[in-house]
Design a protein around this ligand. Sequence first.
Ligand SMILES: Cc1ncc(COP(=O)(O)O)c(C=O)c1O
Length: 325
Amino acid sequence: MQLNQLPRYPLGFFPTPLHPLPNLSRRLGGPTLWVKRDDQTGLATGGNKTRKLEFLLGEALNANADTLITIGAPQSNHARQTAAAAAKAGLKSALVLRGAAPADRTGNILIDDLIGAEMFWAGQRADRDALNDVANELIARGQHPYVIPLGGSNPIGAVGYVTAMIELLEQSKSIGVHFDAIVFATSSGGTQSGLVVGARRASYTSRVLGISVDHHADQLVPLLIDLATATADRIEQSISLTANDFEVNDHHLGGGYAVMGEPEREAIRLCAETEGLLVDPVYTGRAMAGLIDLIHNGEFKRDQQVLFWHTGGTPALFAYAQQLT
Ligand SMILES: Cc1ncc(COP(=O)(O)O)c(C=O)c1O
């Protein structure tokens, strides 16, 4: 189906703002930095999942679902956005969260709870088993669940970042600025796949650079090739993609997924102090730390324009309060 014919349910405020970061640029002494504010999509504190969920919810409603189910880490931004999307469309939500319920229900979990999402703790079960168990339980109750994969990263959701790239390039054209690089956090791959397909569609040939939060590049790139190819197929765009189309920097994995270290802590403080900009401990803080490191290593020239795509995650800050203060 053509892009503009796909089922889509409006959830966010678009286009999201695009603005320069003059104080941060000065402090780092590198290229001119800009930020694309997908942390301001407007859906229960926003984030990159709003764009994916517009298309996923479109499909769910077409399938007459009455409940959205998804899976994630306890502080999953994706789960929180899914719960909010379901609420907005008048559906129920069931969140399958890894591990056991924490004693402290803060950050994203607090918001999940306020929205009225039903939370299921996966314990030791593998993702797929836990999701299946919950889906079966809901079906046995007479509900009609629609299952959304981890991170909303399938060809349906990734289309959200094809449209996001088109949106950015329209904004960039209207202000007369060409971005030499677009830098963002990458994890389950939907954002990067969509951006790369969007870039190809709009003939943007500069860098689209994912800073990996949790996977080594040699694990992630094959997934990105498959997901981006399937995303392009979905919108009837015939393109061939190889590993050369995906730039993944995996030098910032630190202590592992969701383990906040000194680089993330410094990036969070620096963005807050210089720009009043909040990045999060798990995704955008790590990606910003990666960008800062690249700037310190002279990766970009002083006269270049570099865009940081803020993908959200702010509520997780509160879950890390004790490590941040
Ligand atoms: C705040 C934030 N940024 C970035 C990402 C990574 O996006 P993707 O999973 O599409 O690679 C996520 C995914 O959960 C996220 O929550």
